[in-house]
Design a protein around this ligand. Structure first.
Ligand code: ADP
Length: 401
């Protein structure tokens, strides 16, 4: 039996088909640029845990519905799945579960209604997930589907962490509170850290840093998220590839007053033209590292700001956790940028966070410890695998009924 994982984003549908027995990958891929002439499906086909072949096909698709239909055709054509009866379940990443979902949920009519209800909180992502769920429901009503929410892991945050200091009505009427995102990734990184450290997660205090294009930090006490840097939307918190992260909200009023920019323009500016991109002109750490080697001052400043802001969150989370066992780096930047890891950790020795520069600069392809012998806090690099965590949770949900 097989499990299909669907991770539908704002412009793409990522998928992974795994064996139910050991969660090994059969095929993984992405349908991207939907609605544009560049639309294509690209896949890696696996054999014994290794990529055995690559495939790419151009397709003209005008909607996500067509994207999901193409995916189904693709999976049954080769066939990666011989018969719908061989598909044990489909796990969907759903960005926003609001306050209703504290864990993954088997998809039923009320769950679909709840995902719909959360559309105002994730107007781009939740409708795409619903389209995927509906297409599979129409074609294979007998196959169980599971929703894995980005927000669920952070539902353990206490009110003092999730409430904004705003009038209560904004919370009760408009549901304005901090939700946090990247939950599946933080949860996966925390589980891997526990495995690597040979301790139960419930006995660990961790700070996990998901540093990809989007970036967020989480404070995990005794295995539960007690705070995270993203808020009502994924704009709050750390400086990111192209998102600003924390800023004085009055900048928005100031801009509308003095620049004449409308809200849409400012929204775009903060979400797509800020962060590393806004400060130095690139949001790709590989390019920024190249510019730093050439002495480019804007690139140096951008990385200084990026790491300084991460450091401030580590300090804050160190204070609220009351003891730290591990600092975890994950996602594209966290896994690959030794410069960022070094700069983040330098100066945190008084917290017991001491990085080993040699271990840090080695190429890292699997979960690895990079602290020095004198470090009381373990420093871990854990390659992100949200799809694997989605498959695990899908399976767990299936077993729980
Ligand atoms: P997302 O899933 O949020 O789109 P990823 O986790 O894939 O992002 O991270 C993408 C980012 O990781 C890239 O924009 C780039 O900055 C960084 N990155 C990827 N590979 C490397 C590398 N080899 N060295 C440094 N940074 C890298």
């Amino acid at each position: 039996m097989k499990i299909l994982v669907i991770n539908a984003g704002s412009s793409s549908i990522k998928f992974k088909l795994v064996e139910q027995q050991d969660l090994s990958t059969i095929v993984a891929g992405i349908i991207e640029c939907i609605g544009t002439p560049d639309c294509k499906i690209s896949c890696h086909i696996y054999k014994a845990g290794e990529i055995n072949a690559k495939q790419e096909e151009a397709h003209l698709l005008s909607s996500y519905r067509e994207g999901f239909e193409l995916l189904i055709k693709y999976l049954f054509k080769r066939p990666f799945i011989k018969d719908p009866g061989h598909l044990a379940a489909i796990g969907h990443r759903v960005v926003h579960g609001g306050e209703q979902f504290k864990q993954s949920a088997l998809i039923t009519e009320p769950v679909i209604e709840a995902i719909k209800k959360n559309i105002p909180l994730a107007p781009i992502h939740n409708p795409v997930s619903l389209t995927g769920i509906n297409v599979f429901l129409e074609m294979f009503p007998e196959i169980p589907q599971v929703a894995i929410f980005d927000t669920a892991f952070h539902q353990t945050m206490p009110a003092k962490a999730f409430r904004y200091p705003l009038p209560e009505q904004l919370y009760t009427e408009y549901r304005i509170r901090r939700y946090g995102f990247h939950g599946t990734s933080h949860q996966y990184a925390a589980n891997c850290a526990a495995e690597l450290l040979c301790k139960p997660l419930s006995k660990l205090n961790l700070i996990t840093l998901h540093l990809g294009n989007g970036a967020s930090a989480a404070a995990i006490k005794s295995g539960r998220s007690i705070d995270t840097s993203m808020g009502l939307t994924p704009l709050e918190g750390l400086m990111m590839g192209a998102r600003s992260g924390d800023i004085d909200p009055a900048i928005i009023f100031y801009m509308t007053h003095f620049s004449g920019y409308g809200y849409e323009k400012i929204e775009r500016l903060l979400n797509q033209e800020s962060g590393l991109l806004g400060v130095c002109g690139s949001n790709d750490l590989r390019e920024i590292e190249r510019l730093i080697k050439q002495g480019d001052e804007r690139a140096i400043l951008a990385i200084d700001m990026y790491c300084y802001r991460i450091k401030k969150y580590i300090g804050a989370y160190f204070a609220i956790l009351g003891g730290l066992d591990g600092l975890v780096f994950t996602a594209g930047v966290g896994e690959n940028s030794s410069i960022v890891r070094l700069q983040v950790c330098q100066g945190l020795e008084h917290f017991g966070i001491c990085i080993n520069p040699e271990k840090n600069s080695e190429e890292i392809n699997s979960a690895t410890e990079i602290q020095s012998d004198s470090s009381t806090v373990k420093i871990l690099v854990i390659p992100a695998d949200e799809e694997l965590e989605i498959a695990r949770q899908t399976l767990a949900c299936l077993h729980n009924g």
